[in-house]
Design a protein around this ligand. Structure first.
Ligand SMILES: *Cc1c(COP(=O)(O)O)cnc(C)c1O
Length: 215
């Protein structure tokens, strides 16, 4: 958290604009509770079933964000469990989320996940489709479009992630010009979150730098 503060100040930003999503996939609840005691308020999970157990134990005193690939048969659980979904990558998924949110009388905060590198191994939609998805989502009654998410390829040198972060911010700015109300940028992980903050990240998703290496 100190590193987030420093990176924000270096970039002339208010550190309060940057939210830490502590990515707790594969991490046991005892260690998650320790992180909460140390000040973590948002937890990021990738798998619905794994998250369900943890959320039942830990509760909703913290926010739970879904950051993984969401399968349509898990949407109804995701709507009940999570406070935000970072990873909408298709219109059918958005439709299903909206339908389930309506059933539960909820309005879900969502982001559109953009695959800027074209890597086949990554989820997310390509840049041009992201526009259509974002426009659609902003019209759904039970979804609140708040931003965009991306996950660049892994580089040892975090500077190599910078062009992707710049590209996501530029995409956001193009959307805003077309009256698509996106504000937040979910970008940056353990090895490159400081660069992401310099380029405008509002949510950094940090796992190993908090909890150590995953098994
Ligand atoms: C696992 C994961 C992270 C965290 O990665 P670290 O390198 O451990 O910080 C962030 N975002 C997504 C989408 C992830 O799946």
């Amino acid at each position: 958290m100190e590193r987030i503060d420093k990176a924000a100040r270096r970039a002339g930003r208010n550190p309060a604009e940057v939210k830490l999503v502590a990515v707790s996939k594969t991490v046991e609840t005892d260690r998650i509770k320790e992180a909460i005691e140390a000040g973590v308020t948002i937890l990021g999970e990738n798998y619905v079933q794994e998250a369900q157990k943890k959320i039942e134990e830990i509760g909703h005193g913290v926010s739970w964000h879904f950051i993984g690939h969401l399968q349509s048969n898990k949407v109804k659980y995701a709507i009940r469990l999570f406070d935000m979904i970072h990873s909408i990558d298709s219109i059918p998924l958005a439709e299903e989320l909206n339908r389930r949110a309506e059933k539960e009388s909820r309005r879900m905060n969502v982001m559109v996940e953009v695959n800027l590198s074209g890597e086949a191994s990554k989820f997310g939609t390509e840049e041009e489709k992201a526009f259509d998805i974002a426009r659609q989502v902003s019209n759904f009654q039970n979804l609140s479009l708040i931003g965009l998410m991306t996950m660049p390829p892994y580089f040892d040198d975090p500077e190599l992630s910078r062009p992707y972060f710049i590209q996501l911010r530029a995409l956001k700015e193009r959307m805003v010009k077309e009256d698509i109300p996106v504000k937040e940028l979910s970008m940056g992980m353990s090895n490159d979150f400081e660069v992401a903050i310099e380029e405008g990240a509002t949510h950094v998703r940090v796992g190993t730098a908090i909890f150590g290496a995953r098994k």
